[in-house]
Design a protein around this ligand. Structure first.
Ligand code: ATP
Ligand code: MG
Length: 332
């Protein structure tokens, strides 16, 4: 079966609705058609400062949310990035094949470094896309299911795969970005022209998997809507209402046009109440299941150890091939 691989950073207190609808839901579906690998990129998380105890807790919490959201550890390989040292080892080789200018063109680095000032941005943040290329290429997947904000990084992984293959002979599969249409981008509730983001959104802009239903409902009811009273799908002039319609459409599998017709003559408040109800109905069981899983961290750690072992079985073969091809003397 063709293989796919993806991951989400343990950078926030919880995954949010964008992570869920834009990524996790699709991963769960991928399990039926592909050999699937999902990991928790803790090494990516430290490209910005992290509290050590918090990072450890968030790494477990992220794993628990993957499982609660539908990742089946018997179907998928679920692991923590830092448990598989081949990621860092391949990243070094790829760093040596990436142009400085090429890395400088990555828009996520420009965005993220602009916030703290270029002087405070780490070299790790700069080479983040190269580590991500290593994450992907190690497993020779056909596809990488990601939100559309990751398109440029997958493109770099493709370029590096082709470059390595050209220089050293066929080694890597050139992977495709699998970007789905629905739920592709969920926007910040308070700032509906920016994407919902673990690190960039304020608390009131986020719908978190792990928030209490009351908190979630309140945030949706306080979402910024737009001038006027007519519920319409209009990204330009009504980004707030449009975001809510798209969320509801994705959760109920009703086309946006059908929803717009249903809200004819109704107020924004009706729409918000229905969105809140649909979101809570979907997320609350996931929150409850996550909490149960976190009650037994030893069992969770055992599942992750088993995943890391399966992942290493693949990654070590690729790395040995790469090391031989670039001319490293094999150790006795
Ligand atoms: P950070 O702000 O730390 O970058 P993030 O919220 O962007 O966090 P990531 O861990 O970078 O989350 O992304 C995990 C996955 O979720 C990726 O596949 C990404 O494309 C997807 N994703 C992130 N935000 C959204 C969103 N607002 N809508 C849809 N998909 C999203
Ligand atoms: Mg991101």
């Amino acid at each position: 079966r063709p293989r796919v691989l993806s991951g989400m950073q343990p950078s926030g207190d919880s995954l949010h609705l964008g992570n869920y609808l834009g990524a996790l839901v699709n991963w769960v579906k991928n399990q039926d058609d592909y050999e699937t690998l999902f990991f928790i990129p803790d090494m990516h998380a430290i490209t910005v400062t992290q509290d050590p105890a918090e990072l450890r807790a968030r790494t477990r919490k992220t794993a628990a949310q993957y499982i609660a959201g539908g990742i089946d550890v018997d179907k998928s390989t679920l692991f923590v990035q830092s448990h598989v040292p081949e990621h860092a080892q391949l990243a070094w080789v790829l760093n040596c094949m990436t142009g400085f200018g090429e890395a400088s063109r990555m828009t996520q680095f420009k965005d993220k470094s602009a916030k703290g000032g270029a002087d405070t941005a780490s070299v790790g943040l700069f080479t983040y896309p190269v580590l991500m290329a290593a994450d992907i290429l190690l497993y020779r997947p056909e596809g990488v299911p990601v939100g559309d904000d990751q398109r440029q990084h997958v493109e770099l992984a493709r370029d590096l795969a082709k470059r390595f293959n050209f220089r050293f002979g066929e080694t890597f599969i050139v992977p495709e970005a699998f970007i789905q249409k629905e739920g592709a981008r969920i926007y910040d509730l308070q700032n509906p022209t920016s994407k919902m983001s673990k690190s960039a959104s304020g608390p009131n802009g986020l719908i978190n998997i792990l928030d209490e239903p009351k908190v979630t409902a309140k945030r949706i009811k306080s979402a910024v809507t737009d001038a006027g009273t007519v519920v319409a799908h209009d990204r330009e002039n009504k980004p707030g209402v449009t975001n809510l319609l798209e969320i509801l459409s994705t959760l109920t599998a009703k086309p946006v046009d059908t929803l717009v017709a249903e809200y004819e003559g109704k107020m924004y408040g009706h729409l918000k109440a229905d969105v809140a109800e649909a979101v809570v109905a979907r997320l609350d069981p996931i929150r409850t299941r996550t909490m149960e899983l976190l009650d037994d961290p030893a069992e969770l750690d055992r599942l992750l150890a088993r995943g890391a072992e399966k992942a290493r079985a693949i990654a070590s073969v690729t790395l040995a091939d790469v090391y031989a091809k670039v001319g490293f003397l094999p150790p006795l």
